[in-house]
Design a protein around this ligand. Structure first.
Ligand SMILES: NC(=O)c1ccc[n+]([C@@H]2O[C@H](COP(=O)([O-])OP(=O)(O)OC[C@H]3O[C@@H](n4cnc5c(N)ncnc54)[C@H](OP(=O)(O)O)[C@@H]3O)[C@@H](O)[C@H]2O)c1
Length: 324
């Protein structure tokens, strides 16, 4: 990586964007540009175009997105598909027009079919029906991958562009959202267990049956994987991907049930009561494990084990409560 490159991190106040900035700064990058959502709404095509033609960054990390858990996805499907499609189309097209050669798009493991073989390999994309609860979000994320691929296929040779995509499994860590209804499972459970502990409650109700299995990766590991993939030599990236299957999975390869996760968080947080499962809430897919062997073969592996990551995240949460 050229440390003087001008790097635009879209979504820098989000969980992943802020972690990517920490990694880039840690590696000595000083020319990082950012804009908050209110300064630059990435769904606004004209504003995005003006921003890119003025700034002309060398690299872009596209970590801005409308993100949320099952409840938010089910309740606001129009927002999820519209905003994500607009953000991706605007950023990728304007980046191309302004001469950006390197871009990394962040997708999600929900791009894979509901019944994909486990662990899910990159080539499972578009091989079956999606999980319905977050289908609109997943369709937008698939469109983001296909935007990158299509610009590479049409303009890669003539304009030297190299747009890549990474598909993280479920993320957790510093900077997560603890919103009661819109948050993902780990921050939602941290908040519920913590509040139950403080209020001496007898039980915590966990949404769903507790049976689905999930894989989680700490956001600092995800950020380091993103920078690693962005900086792989083009010949190596191309050797390991294909024109129309160009994305790379980012996971730990380890899974546990929601019930096991709840038990682990109960211990980390120090809650003494019972755990009850509310099976009337949707479970989503029963199993979602990524096959990250491609990325491992490309010289990257996660460093933060789940128990340590959850302990760090609970400390971050307590810190946030103090600062509030
Ligand atoms: N979190 C996960 O578990 C997870 C899992 C897999 C993949 N991912 C992917 O990783 C990426 C980053 O996710 P995250 O967890 O970091 O999400 P996040 O914490 O919600 O951050 C997203 C960021 O994007 C910004 N943003 C949203 N809409 C925008 C707009 N129209 N214009 C400008 N900025 C906008 C948000 O700003 P405001 O907050 O001000 O709106 C926020 O700073 C996303 O592509 C997501 O799909 C996340």
């Amino acid at each position: 990586m050229n440390k003087s490159d001008k790097i635009y991190v879209a979504g820098h106040r989000g969980m992943v964007g802020s972690a990517i900035i920490r990694v880039l700064k840690g590696q000595g990058c000083q020319n990082i540009i950012t804009h908050t959502h209110s300064e630059l709404d990435l769904t606004n095509q004209q504003k995005v175009d003006e921003f890119f033609s003025k700034e002309k960054p060398n690299q872009v990390y596209l970590a801005a997105a409308k993100v949320g858990g099952i409840f938010a996805n089910n309740t606001y499907p129009a927002d999820f598909i519209y905003q994500n499609l607009m953000i991706e189309a605007n950023v990728i097209h304007s980046a191309f027009k302004s001469g950006v050669k390197k871009l990394l798009f962040l997708g999600s493991s929900c791009i894979y079919p509901k019944l994909a073989n486990q662990p899910m390999r990159e080539d499972a994309l578009l091989s079956g029906y999606l999980e319905t609860t977050n289908e609109p979000y997943a369709i937008a994320k698939i469109a983001g991958i296909k935007l990158c691929e299509s610009y590479n296929r049409q303009y890669g040779n003539t304009h030297g562009i190299d747009y890549r995509s990474v598909m993280p499994t479920n993320l957790y860590g510093a900077g997560d959202s603890y919103h009661l209804e819109n948050s993902h499972v780990i921050p939602a459970l941290i908040r519920r267990f913590h509040e139950a502990k403080i209020n001496n409650e007898e039980k915590v109700v966990v949404w769903g049956s507790g049976k689905p299995k999930r894989e989680f990766i700490h956001v600092d590991d995800m950020a380091s994987a993103s920078v690693h993939v962005m900086n792989l030599k083009k010949a190596i990236y191309d050797e390991n991907t294909s024109e129309m299957c160009s994305h790379i999975n980012v996971g730990t390869g380890e899974e546990l049930s929601i019930a096991e996760l709840a038990e682990l968080l109960k211990k980390v947080i120090g809650f003494d009561g019972e755990i009850e499962f509310n099976s009337s809430m949707p479970d989503g897919s029963m199993r979602k494990l990524m096959d990250s062997s491609k990325l491992n073969g490309l010289g990257w592996a996660p460093k933060i084990k789940l128990k340590k990551g959850l302990t760090l995240t609970y400390q971050n949460y307590l810190q946030e409560l103090q600062n509030f």
